[in-house]
Write a protein that binds this ligand. Structure first.
Ligand code: F6P
Length: 325
């Protein structure tokens, strides 16, 4: 019997997860393993929802958003009983190696699982739109989410300019500002509010006043969902109090950012990391996230990948400020 590698997606889905699944399955086959798909993340592992995947079962998915295996969070995996059940299913199906695709909850779960069952071998792939993991220049899905947000803002800019309005646009990112900052830089936003820096309403009002004086017909402010100044409605109310010239509208992009075809960059990232995860499992690695830094594949222990994340690029913050003139 061929040795088996299990694969699952956990947490929120991210565009590019399918490309990663395809890469893991086909590399596993290439190296002589039997790939086993586990449905609905850790929840499906607890429930025993597993099935072998052939090369054909991942045909035509590199361009698809979502995750063919399903994703999701599993409260049951937080308990030792849930993890014991998951372990039994792995043993029954003769799986000792696993690739888990997800974000920090996924890796925390994998870390605990490994501490309890050290005979397992688990590697993680950074699959989250938030880009909030340490040890990789980008996470799978981040580039697509930013592109979706930028496209939406291009559309909002048209109506904002026609109507002479200020739009506040909320993007996802949980408690990190990467999506917001990159979206703001690429869409020419007048300002960006991120959780990593304190929100300075006076500074935003000066930017708006400067624009108003030179007859700017619209303004766009990108707000990260986790901004410390409050939610988008509270921020809009505060700004409207201080600056009455523009009529303000708010738009929450929400889960739209998670759907649709992954960009070429995300497909390549997912495929490369998926391929590498299988090679590294084959070589005996475990307990780490497979990321990429400056074109090098880097393994970062789970506990470190989730403990912190890279810093926002200060140059991009400055760029948004200066180019909003
Ligand atoms: O972690 C990905 C993410 O999309 C975050 O940006 C967002 O805060 C969260 O998931 C939304 O979670 P849910 O899909 O459970 O509403």
């Amino acid at each position: 019997m061929r040795e088996r590698i299990g694969i699952l997606c956990s947490g929120g889905d991210a565009p590019g997860m399918n490309a990663a699944i395809r890469a893991v399955v086909r590399t596993a086959l290439y190296l002589g393993y039997e790939p086993i798909g586990i449905y609905r993340g850790y929840e499906g592992l607890i429930a025993g929802q597993l099935e072998p995947l052939g090369a054909g079962s991942v045909s035509g998915i590199i361009q698809r958003g979502g995750a063919i295996l399903g994703a999701g969070r599993s409260p049951r995996f937080h308990s030792p009983e849930g993890r014991a059940q998951a372990y039994i299913h792995l043993k029954t199906h003769h799986i000792t190696r696993l690739v888990v695709i997800g974000g920090d909850g996924t890796f925390r779960g994998a870390q605990t699982f490994l501490e309890e069952y050290p005979d397992l071998q688990i590697l993680g792939l950074p699959g989250t739109i938030d880009n909030d993991l340490y040890g990789t220049d980008a996470t799978i899905g981040f580039d697509t989410a930013v592109n979706i947000a930028v496209e939406a803002i291009d559309r909002l800019r048209d109506t904002a300019a026609a109507m002479g309005r200020l739009f506040l646009v909320e993007v996802m990112g949980r408690d990190a500002g990467f999506i917001a900052l990159h979206t703001a830089a690429a869409s020419g936003a007048e300002a960006v509010l991120v959780p990593e820096t304190p929100t300075d309403f006076d500074a935003i009002v000066s930017v708006l006043e400067r624009g108003w004086q030179r007859q700017k017909t619209s303004a766009i402010i990108v707000v990260a969902e986790g901004d410390e100044a409050g939610n988008i409605v509270q921020i809009a109310a505060e700004l409207q109090k201080r600056f009455t010239q523009y009529d303000i509208r708010t738009t929450v992009l929400g889960h739209i950012q998670r759907g649709g075809n992954p960009t070429a960059q995300d497909r390549i990232l997912a495929s490369l990391l998926g391929m590498q995860a299988v090679y590294r499992l084959h070589e005996g690695a475990s307990g780490a996230m497979v990321g990429i830094q400056k074109n090098e594949i880097v393994l970062t222990p789970f506990y470190k990948a989730v403990k912190m994340h890279g810093a926002l690029n200060p140059l991009l913050l400055k760029l948004v400020e200066i180019l909003s003139l």
